[in-house]
Design a protein around this ligand. Structure first.
Ligand SMILES: Nc1ncnc2c1ncn2[C@@H]1O[C@H](COP(=O)(O)OP(=O)(O)OP(=O)(O)O)[C@@H](O)[C@H]1O
Ligand SMILES: [Mg+2]
Length: 420
């Protein structure tokens, strides 16, 4: 059961001369009036009464008053809080009639509920952390966010390398009509050597033929003396003459040309191989990039699921990258009214035992927004005491010159000053 304010009674506090109020149990109670009439002084008095001396105004006593401030707040859990006398000493009476102190109040009074601007003026990160801590996913989300950031940085680096490699590969030349493997010079040289050996053999045979021919000539001239030598020489000559006319020399011209071309061809073959390697490398990095993209998606999904599973205090309120997001907007892009709703819902969750919140300067809400804010507060079973520069129907009480003038909406007929 959350604690709410039943009645307020303040005298001679700041701008207040005498104000009494019984705020609505649920929803919005608007304190209206012109500027500098004492509206905010009422909220300051509540904060002081319930929050303790750290909320004590710097000039608590109304100027011109000869009587010390008097503050009295009754709560719906039966506790009565009173400050009075020279030192504004605190008196807290519990439902059993026993005396208590500030510690008793601190158990159910949420400090942000007394001072919402303190929450609203936090940094975006502090606000998000407050929310994450109350829904209990702060540590895990922080871990996931670190993980996401690491993967994201790694992917950016890999993407940059992949782009560079791709660009590098594209800039490299590519040749068509060349063999896939480098041509071997040694094979061509071996062919050349075989031809040369063949030709050398031919030469040798020609020389041999010439030799025997000359011997024959010598023998012929010495035929008579060397008939036997002549016969042998003739025989040899005949042997050496076999196929002698059919011998054909082969050309090495084509081969020499090929040898000359080899270096050129091989340059192109190597260039093709280099490009192939570069393309393979770029492809590898691209695949790594895609893998990291998938990892990032998975971490993001895990984050979404973590927050979806958490007990968030407001529909459409979540946290992304360490910032509160409401209806898709970050804090600085929310309307003033939306900021109030978000802040109120978080503060409500901070200490569910505190059933009320103080809201200063509700001028920023138009009447429609004010009405729907009031309905939202009611649905949350939350009591809000707010101020607004207005004397319209939305005001439950009008403050003029430090005095409550009327009490239009909140139990106006049943409330009587003497009841306090
Ligand atoms: N101790 C005090 N005694 C008398 N007057 C005071 C004291 N402290 C502040 N004031 C005066 O009270 C006025 C501010 O009171 P308060 O903030 O409650 O007004 P408000 O109705 O909320 O005004 P606004 O609509 O401008 O917010 C100022 O004019 C200020 O000078
Ligand atoms: Mg004010």
């Amino acid at each position: 059961m959350s604690v709410k304010i039943n009645t307020l009674e303040f005298e001679n506090v700041k701008r207040i001369k005498a104000v009494q109020l019984a705020p609505a149990k649920n929803g919005l109670t608007v304190i209206g009036g012109d500027n500098a009439q004492g509206k905010t002084s009422v909220l300051d008095a509540i904060a002081w009464a319930l929050g303790g001396n750290k909320y004590k105004p710097s000039s608590p006593m109304r100027e011109g008053s000869v009587v010390e401030p008097h503050l009295k707040v009754t709560l719906d859990n039966g506790i009565v809080v009173e400050r009075s006398g020279k030192n504004s000493s605190l008196k807290v009476i519990d439902p059993m009639g026993n005396k208590g102190g500030q510690a008793l109040l601190d158990g159910f009074i949420e400090s942000f509920a007394l001072d919402l601007p303190k929450f609203m003026n936090q940094t975006t990160k502090e606000k998000a952390d407050t929310l994450l801590n109350i829904i209990g996913v702060g540590d895990k989300l922080y871990e996931l966010e670190q993980q996401e950031q690491t993967l994201y940085n790694r992917r950016t680096e890999i993407g940059r390398i992949a782009d560079q490699k791709e660009k590098f590969a594209k800039e490299m030349p590519v040749y068509t009509n060349v063999p896939a493997e480098p041509v071997s010079v040694s094979e061509l040289i071996q062919s050349q050597q075989e031809i040369m050996a063949h030709n050398a053999e031919n030469l040798r045979r020609r020389q041999q033929h010439e030799h025997y021919k000359s011997q024959l000539e010598v023998a012929e001239t010495a035929l008579k003396q060397a008939q036997e030598r002549y016969d042998a020489a003739l025989n040899n000559f005949k042997l050496a003459s076999v196929d002698i006319d059919t011998l054909v020399d082969q050309s090495t011209e084509e081969l020499e040309k090929n040898i000359a071309d080899v270096e050129e061809i091989n340059k192109k073959v190597r260039a093709n191989a280099d490009r192939q390697t570069a393309e393979t490398e770029a492809d590898g990095y691209r695949k790594q990039y895609d893998g990291l993209t998938e990892d990032i998606e998975n971490v993001r999904k895990e984050k979404r699921e973590l927050l979806q599973g958490a007990d968030l205090p407001l529909e459409e309120l979540t946290v992304e990258s360490g910032e509160l997001i409401y209806k898709g907007q970050k804090w600085d892009c929310m309307s003033g009214a939306e900021q109030l709703i978000v802040a109120t819902s978080i503060v409500r969750k901070l200490n569910p035992e505190c059933g009320f919140v103080l809201l200063d300067k509700l001028e920023q809400m138009d009447s429609t927004t004010l009405e729907s804010f009031g309905k939202w507060l009611e649905s949350e079973n939350l009591q809000a005491i707010a101020t607004r520069v207005s004397k319209g129907d939305e005001c439950s009480i009008i403050i003029e010159d430090g005095m409550s003038q009327e009490n239009k909406k909140v139990e106006p007929k049943t409330w009587k000053a003497g009841e306090f």
